[in-house]
Design a protein around this ligand. Structure first.
Ligand code: 5GP
Ligand code: MG
Length: 173
């Protein structure tokens, strides 16, 4: 595996994102909603860089796909979602690839009638989108490579790594 984005680069960028988000939502009833499980590390760090009061919730999303391939129907779970009616919601995920997960989740969250609904992702695989939508905030644009670490997994491993890495052929099962 080799490192694509170091822990230091991630930390710096999250400080910037937090400052921008704090400014945007100053005086607003903000709820940050993380997408389990990939966003947990990003959400935890992003929250601590947001300098205004806000609440936290989670949703789940899974799609039928191979370990490193994309496709299929996205299934959404809202059992861990607090009441977001009339609140400003920032949906946070690890990566925007085809955009189908975020797109599906936005539709679901919209049913709860939030005051506003925006998206933040750490990584954006620019050029891979299959939906008419772009993330409102993103940490880094990356090439179309399969990445792990900082919450992102390969076959449920590698989530604990502090950096974003790219797996090499000998790392793949
Ligand atoms: P999308 O629906 O945008 O195609 O994919 C979003 C989800 O696919 C992410 O939340 C993540 O779980 C998974 N995903 C997409 N690209 C990658 C990648 O490069 N590495 C890992 N580990 N997961 C990815
Ligand atoms: Mg995910």
């Amino acid at each position: 595996m080799y490192t694509l984005i170091t822990a230091e680069q991630i930390a710096l960028r999250i400080k910037e994102l937090g400052a921008t988000i704090s400014e945007t939502y100053q005086g607003r009833p903000l709820t940050v909603v993380g997408v389990l499980s990939g966003s947990v590390i990003f959400v935890a760090d992003l929250m601590r860089s947001i300098g205004i009061p806000h609440r936290l919730g989670f949703v789940t999303a899974s799609s039928y796909r191979g370990a490193t391939t994309t496709g299929g129907e996205v299934t959404v779970g809202t059992g861990l979602l607090p009441d977001i009616t009339n609140r400003d919601v920032l949906l946070v995920d690890d990566i925007f690839d085809t955009g189908r997960t975020i797109s599906r989740l936005l539709k679901e969250l919209d049913h709860a009638r939030p005051a506003s609904l925006r998206t933040a992702v750490l990584l954006w695989k620019d050029g891979c989108s299959q939906v008419d939508l772009v993330p409102d905030y993103h940490g880094f644009c990356i090439p179309n490579q399969f990445v792990v670490g900082y919450g992102l997994d390969y076959d449920d491993d590698y989530r604990h790594l502090p950096m974003i890495g790219v797996l090499e052929p000998q790392d793949l099962k």
